[in-house]
Design a protein around this ligand. Structure first.
Ligand SMILES: [Fe+2]
Length: 201
């Protein structure tokens, strides 16, 4: 395994490109089932996370002021996107929803997701997920997709990989206040250029 932060290895790049191909095929196969989160992704995602040799250092770079959301890939038909989330020490999101299914896997460090439900006009915390390298969690709009996420560490960077059932940076979704009041937001992406995985599979 290469040291975290090194340039990706050719084998690592191929593994990531194969993973993208697998998601695309799984979504095509599941298209008749309503376009939900394909179950076939989970095991492949675990395998991808087990070897930290494929993420370009450019997309693992923290910002001193806020967490970074780098787009690694977006499906041409915007059926899914893959993002690296980079947490500086102590950084966190507001409480927010997604509007599409999502799967989060830890690559480096650790993050904590506090999960909420809207009950009679107020937000109630229902559970907490602590992700460590190799662990994954998922959510769907139907099953509850409101959470607040933070770096578990106050003194080091953490990196997680997110897969969403749409072009997450362009989707209008909500930040929620403690009273459950929603404010619309569109996250966008931190990067101006995309990694190129074409030609790898
Ligand atoms: Fe989220």
């Amino acid at each position: 395994m290469m040291a975290a932060g090194a340039d990706p290895s050719p084998a690592g790049r191929r593994r990531f490109a194969s993973f993208l191909d697998l998601i695309s095929r799984a979504l095509t196969d599941a298209a008749g089932d309503g376009g939900g989160m394909p179950g076939a992704i989970g095991q492949a995602f675990r395998s991808l996370l087990a070897q930290d040799d494929w993420l370009d250092d450019e997309f693992a770079r923290p910002d001193p002021d806020r967490y970074q959301q780098y787009l690694l890939y977006c499906d041409a038909r915007r059926r899914f996107s893959v993002v690296s989330f980079v947490w500086g020490p102590g950084q966190s999101t507001p409480i927010h929803d997604h509007g599409v299914w999502g799967m989060v896997g830890m690559l480096r460090g650790s993050e904590i997701s506090e999960n909420f439900e809207l009950r009679v006009g107020r937000l109630v915390k229902t559970s907490e997920d602590v992700l460590t390298p190799g662990r994954i969690m998922s959510f769907t709009p139907d099953g509850g997709d409101i959470h607040r996420v933070r770096n578990a560490y106050a003194d080091r960077v953490s990196v997680s990989i997110h897969i969403y059932g749409g072009d997450i940076g362009s989707i209008e979704r909500s930040v929620l206040g403690p009273d459950g009041v929603r404010k619309p937001f569109i996250s966008g992406y931190a990067n101006r250029r995309l990694p190129n995985f074409w030609g790898e599979v």
